[in-house]
Write a protein that binds this ligand. Sequence first.
Ligand SMILES: [Zn+2]
Length: 71
Amino acid sequence: MTVTCEECGSETVVRCVLGLPTVETAEAVERDPNLELGGCVITPATWDSRCRDCGHTVGLERGKRSAADGG
Ligand SMILES: [Zn+2]
């Protein structure tokens, strides 16, 4: 699946692999320069995809707004 950056349209978008990596995941990440291990700890700063060209990141909570934002 090709992911493009919504900011600059670049196709060099890195996908973040969350959760404990399996052997298969680790091998896939080693082979695919567009995959990166994100670890098993998910924080508010955790990103789901990141553009190599402009650095734009898409967070896990895209499109969702919590009540903490004040609506
Ligand atoms: Zn970009």
